[in-house]
Ligand binder design. Structure first.
Ligand code: IMP
Length: 438
């Protein structure tokens, strides 16, 4: 059985958790390979008291299925406090989490309150003077944790096996962070002894989950188990391939799955790109198809529903706009996508017209592809293909034939303009509200 990879094809928040949840029903293992608790996956858990909406930040969303084993791969940066909280919350909902069901890579990195404090101080410093200087990070310490990793002074999860020594290393790390906080940013330092004591405690509780996850995944693949690699964030937030510097510090694209899980590319199976049928972005940075006013409010929702366009991790309203096929084609190319999953199709119902950005215009020229990649999108104006909208409520649709002709035409144009087939279309927040397009 191959390794199927699910990636976000936009700036994150495409609804990957929902699709992972669906595909995990047929998988034995679901593995996260990059990022940390900057991710936010909303999943619905069928509890004894009815369906409950649960927001996961670190645990793979496939873990909701009792037959699935979850893996936190070594491309991740893990905040142990949050991980323990999530494990407890799942248990409280009757979802068992044990070392048999959850494996943490010994090579993943540990994220500390020092990283969180640095992230916030760095953002405040960038914003000082001019607000556009901010990257708009989630404030979860992600950038500083990956900085420590690449500077080769990070704290790897393997340190959890020796709680006392980890405590010493954490205390030293906090003392160093304090120097930067206090001297460079004039921000208050943290208490090294307190943080060290906390990490000694986390180590005792998390050590049983440590695993050589590359070996584990390889053995499972060799024995024909279906493994799903669950991407976090999205293609345009990739450190190398995204809209730099408005990116995260990891590799959420499909190649990141091989590095972040320690699995070779010969195992690759389906590479599924999840995209909304419109475009959203949280955080700063240019956004060519961004819309404002009523149109944006229509796409965003009011925030009354958990699936409205407000950040799962930060609660920030997301910036909204029309689907950008220049960027989607780029995502198809750099991930090697074999199929697309479209989400939130129901949201477009009721609009007189719907639009697709098919190319960019700049300095009198048109570009179907980005001349220098997606780093600087500011110079580009979107070129739209506008088509009639539809009024019908799509929430009951389950096959392509159930969709109105205008909606089918919209899906077909996305396939034609990206060259990739659409396999699934979500038409509502419930598990069952999916159109199978194959
Ligand atoms: P960081 O990952 O917290 O450093 O944030 C860097 C950029 O990535 C910011 O623009 C964030 O808003 C964005 N970002 C990080 N994680 C997510 C996510 O899960 N969904 C959407 N945007 C994200």
């Amino acid at each position: 059985m191959p390794l199927h990879i699910i990636v976000g094809a936009q700036w994150g928040d495409e609804g990957k958790g929902r699709i992972t949840d669906l595909l995990a029903a047929e998988a034995a293992v679901v593995a996260r390979y990059s990022g940390g608790d900057n991710a936010g996956h909303t999943v619905t858990v069928e509890g004894s008291a009815g369906p409950q909406i649960f927001k996961l930040h670190l645990l793979p969303s496939g873990l909701i299925h009792s037959h699935v084993v979850g893996v936190l791969g070594h491309g991740m940066v893990i905040n142990p406090r949050r991980l323990l909280d999530e494990i407890e919350q799942l248990r409280a909902l009757g979802v068992p989490v044990s070392p048999e069901r959850l494996k943490i890579s010994a090579a993943a990195h540990l994220l500390t309150p020092g990283h969180v404090a640095l992230d916030r101080a760095e953002e405040a410093a960038r914003a000082a003077g001019h607000a556009e200087g901010k990257l708009g990070t989630t404030g979860r310490g992600i950038g500083p944790a990956y900085t420590d990793k690449t500077a080769r002074r990070g704290l790897r999860a393997e340190n959890l096996l020796d709680p006392e020594r980890l405590g010493d290393r954490v205390a030293e790390h906090v003392r160093q962070v304090n120097q930067t906080l206090e001297r460079l940013y004039g921000a208050p330092g943290l208490d090294p002894a307190q943080v060290a004591a906390d990490y000694t405690d986390y180590a005792r509780r998390l050590a049983p989950y440590l695993t050589e996850t590359s070996l584990y995944l390889h053995e499972r693949l060799r024995h024909n188990a279906a493994v799903l690699a669950e991407g976090a964030q999205g293609t345009l937030l990739d450190l190398d391939l995204g809209t730099y510097p408005f990116v995260t510090s990891s590799s959420p694209t499909s190649a990141g799955a091989f590095v972040g899980l320690g699995v070779g590319p010969q195992w690759a199976g389906r590479i599924v790109g999840v995209t909304k049928v419109f475009q959203t972005r949280v955080g700063a940075g240019p956004f060519p198809t961004e819309t404002f006013g009523l149109e944006a409010e229509r796409l965003r929702g009011t925030g009354a529903n958990p699936w409205d366009e407000f950040g799962t991790t930060t609660g920030r309203p997301r910036r909204c706009g029309w689907l950008d096929l220049v960027l989607l084609r780029y995502a198809v190319r750099v991930n090697g996508l074999t199929e697309l999953v479209l989400t939130k199709m129901d949201v477009l119902s009721g609009l007189d017209e719907v639009r697709l950005c098919t190319a960019y215009a700049a300095n009198g020229a048109q570009h179907a592809e980005l001349p220098l990649g997606p780093a600087d999108l500011a110079p580009f104006q979107p070129v739209y293909e506008t088509m009639p909208g539809w009024r019908e409520d799509l929430s009951g649709a389950r096959t392509l034939a159930d969709l109105p002709a205008a909606a089918r035409h919209y899906v077909r144009r996305i396939e034609e303009l990206t060259g990739v087939p659409v396999s699934l279309i979500s038409v509502g927040p419930e598990r069952s509200q999916i159109v199978r397009a194959e």
